[in-house]
Design a protein around this ligand. Structure first.
Ligand SMILES: Cc1cc2nc3c(=O)[nH]c(=O)nc-3n(C[C@H](O)[C@H](O)[C@H](O)COP(=O)(O)OP(=O)(O)OC[C@H]3O[C@@H](n4cnc5c(N)ncnc54)[C@H](O)[C@@H]3O)c2cc1C
Length: 449
């Protein structure tokens, strides 16, 4: 049997699941089933950064040009004091395209998800989507993974499915991760970051009398306003028709909630209160959000996992490396996962469960250290951005001042050239292709009995 004849089941049609499905189909896999809890792709109204390392993978998969056509090219970034609106740092990002081969773009999440989905639909003979069809239990991790599917339609009965490979791309609340850790007797938990986020979109028609905001919507700029324990990042999306804001602030509304709660309808007055001492422009922008449409997200991460793989099952994306958004790399890393999985599975020398396990271990080896390094960097960048008065903030502000004189690192790691080199300069597909044989030969088979 060729690797392409393997039956692959994917749990979750988020960025990780969609990319895995598309990348496998592009490699010729013929039997790919995607199980998704939601009844459709559930387009969240929010922006997303389309960094060069993400664009490289999307281009390789043939979907970048369509996504790029609706996105906005980012040429500069300005880090500003939230209260005074004075510029702490300005970084020219135009060098990115010539250095990394892709522009740094930003877009609408629906544009990214839809681009991946349309790519999958071109392989309708290979990929079958099962919407409103959650998986409720993983009953075996191998030699053939098995799981229970419980359709949301109560008239349909639960049933058992099997596959040769099971990919758990089921997000931060991953059921596959919980089952895997339980079977391996590993104790590792979701971590409360004590941070939450509001996500806001303002259409330019809403701001027709606001010249300052209109000029931001028309710009090619990411702006970050920072303050103690809080910041706002903002940029235009959808061909400069919408201004997207994503905030971070101390979590007060979810603090008492259970782990099951991740988003909530927020209160507008509470949101305005959090940023009450920020500049008038920020106040105005937050005020555009209609009463009753404030949405707050809890930001949770997970302790690093000792393994992402058990037998013929692997975790993907937020299921294994959820991150704070301060480097804007969560979806990009899920997309890298999907691309690498397709490489390693297509290179299988044999399709027995032991080889499948070893190939999945190669995926883990290519991806895990990198993903966790970026999770840590995102957390560190958040700490630097959110400093209150004291020696550490003075030191950080000296760095901002030095930057104005043209030297030194950027405390906002997202805008730092060395960090960008580490993130954008890495070609995950090339790495997986070149290292496959070496890593496969040294992969240890664990817990196959
Ligand atoms: C405020 C904020 C801003 C962000 N900004 C950026 C950014 O600019 N750039 C970036 O790259 N990333 C960003 N991210 C991160 C990014 O959104 C996530 O990392 C990414 O969406 C993770 O993709 P995923 O496919 O792993 O998981 P998800 O997108 O969570 O998808 C998981 C899917 O699995 C489904 N599912 C769950 N359980 C089951 C089940 N039992 N059966 C079937 N289906 C199931 C869910 O319905 C969902 O569709 C941001 C995140 C936040 C919170």
């Amino acid at each position: 049997m060729a690797p392409q004849d393997l039956k692959v089941a994917i749990l979750g049609a988020g960025m990780g699941g969609l990319t895995s499905a598309l990348a496998l189909a592009e490699k010729g896999f013929k039997h790919i089933d995607v199980y998704e809890h939601a009844s459709d792709l559930g387009f969240v109204g929010a922006g997303i950064q389309l960094a060069p390392n993400m664009a490289r993978v999307l281009d390789h998969l043939g979907v970048w040009r369509g996504i790029e056509a609706e996105a906005v090219n980012i040429e500069e970034t300005s880090v500003r004091a939230g209260a005074a609106d004075t510029e702490l740092a300005h970084v020219d990002l135009r060098y990115i395209e010539s250095t990394y081969g892709y522009k740094h773009m930003v877009g609408h999440r629906s544009s990214l998800a839809n681009g991946l989905y349309q790519g999958c639909l071109k392989h309708a003979d290979r990929i079958t989507f099962h919407f409103a069809t959650p998986v409720s239990e993983v009953t075996s991790f191998g030699p053939r993974p098995a799981f229970t599917v419980t359709p949301r339609d109560p008239s349909k009965k639960p049933y058992t499915e099997t596959a040769d490979v099971l990919l758990g791309a089921d997000g931060i609340k991953s059921l596959v991760r919980v089952a895997m850790l339980s079977e391996l007797n590993i104790h590792s938990a979701v971590k409360d970051t004590q941070q939450a986020a509001y996500r806001i979109m303002i259409h330019k028609d809403q701001a027709s009398d606001d010249a300052e905001l209109l000029s931001l919507i028309a710009s090619n700029k990411v702006v970050r306003w920072i303050g103690e324990k809080r910041h706002i990042i903002a940029y235009p999306v959808s061909n400069n028709t919408i201004y997207n804001l994503s905030t971070t602030q101390p979590d007060s509304n979810f603090a008492a909630a259970t782990n099951a709660t991740y988003t909530t309808k927020g209160s507008k007055s509470a949101m305005l209160g959090v940023f009450a001492d920020f500049c008038p422009l920020v106040q105005r922008m937050l005020n555009y959000v209609p009463e009753g449409e404030v949405c707050e997200w809890k930001l949770r991460v997970h302790e690093p996992l000792p393994t992402w793989v058990h037998r013929s099952v692997a975790l993907v994306g937020d299921a294994c490396h959820p991150t704070l958004p301060h480097l804007a790399q969560g979806a990009a890393q899920a997309i890298e996962d999907g691309a690498v999985l397709a490489v390693v599975l297509s290179r299988l020398p044999s399709t027995d469960p032991e080889s499948i396990h070893k190939a999945l271990k190669v995926y883990e080896k290519v991806r895990k250290d990198r993903a966790y390094a970026l999770v840590e960097l995102a957390a560190a960048s958040g700490r630097a951005l959110h400093l209150g008065d004291g020696a550490a903030k003075e030191e950080r502000d000296k760095q901002f001042a030095a930057l104005k004189a043209g030297k030194g690192p950027v405390p906002d790691k997202w805008a730092d050239a060395d960090v960008q080199k580490e993130i954008y300069g890495f070609d995950c597909i090339k790495e997986a292709e070149t290292r496959f044989e070496e890593y496969f030969a040294s992969a240890r088979v664990t817990k196959l009995a």
